[in-house]
Write a protein that binds this ligand. Structure first.
Ligand code: HEC
Length: 115
């Protein structure tokens, strides 16, 4: 009976170490050089903006403002961007964007586009 809490604690520690490692590797892969970032930003405003609004306030597509995005899981939002939403006008972008690029866009949406 006394051993169980200790085992659980150890499992919890192992999981937090794994989580930290994942966090480190994913944040590192989200940095691109500034030319590439400008390209992605341009795609976000021009292509995504054509449906979601130039300032992401929404249009044909839903609003993608920080208040709509901040509490949502980044990986889940990246999946939406890559796979699209079937039976809606939201197209899949996986032929044009990598997962890293989709995650970069998600972070940008969470921060909010500067006008
Ligand atoms: C042809 C129009 C169109 C384009 C272009 C488009 N979207 Fe969408 N998008 C939509 C529509 C419509 C929805 C809402 C679908 C629904 O659930 O009814 C949507 C939904 C989304 C959602 C989910 C929003 C939520 O609150 O769940 C995200 C995230 C998103 N789009 C991101 C993007 C990004 C990033 C781009 C550019 C790479 C993009 N979209 C380009 C039409 C578009």
């Amino acid at each position: 009976m006394l051993r169980k809490p200790r085992a659980l604690k150890m499992i919890a520690t192992i999981f937090s170490i794994i989580a930290i490692l994942i966090a480190i590797t994913t944040t590192q892969s989200r940095a691109f050089d500034s030319a590439h970032e400008a390209e992605l930003l341009n795609l976000l405003v021009q292509d995504c903006g054509s449906c979601h609004g130039l300032t992401m306030k929404g249009g044909l597509g839903s609003a993608l403002l920080p208040e709509n995005m901040i509490e949502r899981d980044s990986e889940f939002l990246a999946d939406i961007i890559l796979e699209g939403i079937p039976e809606t006008p939201m197209p899949p972008w996986k032929s044009q964007l990598s997962r890293e690029e989709a995650l970069w866009i998600v972070e940008k949406l969470k921060q909010g586009l500067k006008p």
